[in-house]
Write a protein that binds this ligand. Structure first.
Ligand code: RUB
Length: 409
């Protein structure tokens, strides 16, 4: 018999072993009382089993028989391994820490279409293998399509490999998506003609009702990358877009809202689980966090998660991890040192907030990366790279995130 294995952290008034059994029963063949409708052989086939408890760590391991799951159905999968258990009265806190899937189950998913190698081929970095530099167009919302396209052009000319919409920009009246797409792609075509470089634009197609139609319209309109907010739209949104054979562009996945699930160490769903499901669903790039940026993190979990995304997984392609949120040129070195070269380093405020504007901000990011790749100390490299020097002048101080938010930067 094959199983999906799930690891939980549990706090309960019940003894740990008993709490684990309550969870296993609720999430498979049981409920709070024996029911007369249950066939006598049912548990042997479909009951989830507690296979280990660690009293010291407060964790338990539960095996779910594979037959309990529908093939390729992530909503049903989550209802099983991450469903009612979070609200059971006697279970005070519970966190789904990790899942392990048998090959036969994982291989029913399409996984990423491009993976790291495929995206590197599009951008032309497969030989040098350097990290990619990306930007989030800022302000987050409010620019019209022309203003947005102008910012994209500047960022691309400054050296960005990837330009992306922010997670809250979709098809609002002030910036209709079709106009935004055509404006940006026109500018990126000019960048290609002027510099020979291909720059990707992750066009945010996140929506509830018509995400596949949006994806189709975007690709017809020339999009070279699509973007989806996975937790607000659901893993199935990625699966639905990935399933369309004609949509031959990579999918950039933003994890907005993840903190509601991931941040509390004692309750919720770990980012590791979200990463695994995103890879199954078909995301090519995924925001996983930073070692030096504005979002809260566990570096240990981040490193393990990025290693998972970059490594082998039942024959599915890998995923390009994205470090984003509060990044500026001085963050490039710690990010690369800890997370390696297969990394997209993204800066929004850290590019458009450069004292000399977007082109200089993008150049400063690339210069910081060049310094790291050639193992030259940043300050030395900045001596004849003025954009980097100006960025160091602005962001070189040792200030905490609270101070930055309180006093501005
Ligand atoms: C980036 C930004 C993104 C974060 C989200 O803007 O706010 O939405 O990447 O965080 P800026 P995460 O560069 O100005 O901070 O990537 O951790 O999900």
């Amino acid at each position: 018999m094959e199983f999906v294995k799930a690891k939980y952290y549990v706090e309960s008034e019940l003894p740990l072993e008993k709490a684990a059994q309550v969870i296993a029963a609720e999430q498979s063949t049981g409920t709070w009382v024996d029911v007369s409708t249950k066939p006598s052989d049912l548990d042997a086939r479909l009951a989830a089993r507690v296979v280990g408890v660690d009293e010291e760590k407060g964790t338990c391991d539960i095996d779910f028989p594979l037959e309990i799951f529908e093939i390729s159905n992530i909503p049903q999968f989550l209802a099983t391994v991450a469903g009612n258990l979070f609200g059971l009265e006697p279970v005070k806190n519970v966190k789904l820490l990790d899942i392990e899937l048998p090959k036969s189950f994982a291989r029913e998913f399409k996984g990423p279409r491009f993976g790291i190698e495929g995206i590197r081929k599009l951008v032309g970095t497969e030989r040098d293998g350097r990290p990619h530099i990306g930007t989030i167009i800022k302000p987050k919302v409010g620019l019209n399509p022309k203003q947005t396209a102008d910012v994209a052009y500047d960022a691309a000319m400054g050296g960005c490999d990837l330009i992306k919409d922010d997670e809250t920009l979709t098809d609002q009246k002030f910036c209709p998506m079709e106009e935004r797409l055509s404006g940006i792609m026109e500018k990126l075509d000019s960048v290609k003609q002027e510099t020979g470089r291909t720059v990707l634009y992750a066009h945010n197609i996140t929506s509830g009702l018509d995400i596949v139609e949006r994806a189709e319209r975007a690709v017809e309109g020339g999009a070279n990358m699509l973007m989806i907010d996975v937790l607000t739209s659901g893993f199935s949104a990625i699966q639905a877009v990935r399933a369309e054979q004609a949509l031959k562009v990579p999918i950039h996945v933003h994890r907005t809202m993840h903190g509601a699930l991931t941040r509390n160490p004692r309750h919720g769903i770990a980012m590791t689980v979200i990463s695994k499901l995103t890879r199954l669903a078909g995301g090519d790039q995924l925001h996983t966090g930073t070692v030096s940026g504005k979002m809260e993190r566990s570096v240990e979990e981040l490193v393990a998660m990025n290693d998972f995304l970059k490594g082998g997984f039942h024959g599915l392609k890998n995923v390009f991890p994205v470090a984003s949120g509060g990044i500026h040129p001085l963050c490039v070195e710690p990010e690369v040192k800890t997370l390696g070269n297969d990394l997209v380093i993204q800066a929004g405020g850290g590019i458009h907030g450069h004292p000399d504007g977007t082109v200089a901000g993008a150049r400063a990011m690339r210069q910081a990366l060049d310094a790291v790749m050639s193992k030259i100390p940043l300050k030395e490299y900045a001596k004849d790279h003025k954009e980097l020097a100006r960025a160091i002048g602005k962001w070189g101080g040792d200030v905490s995130w609270s101070e930055i938010y309180e006093h501005g930067n």
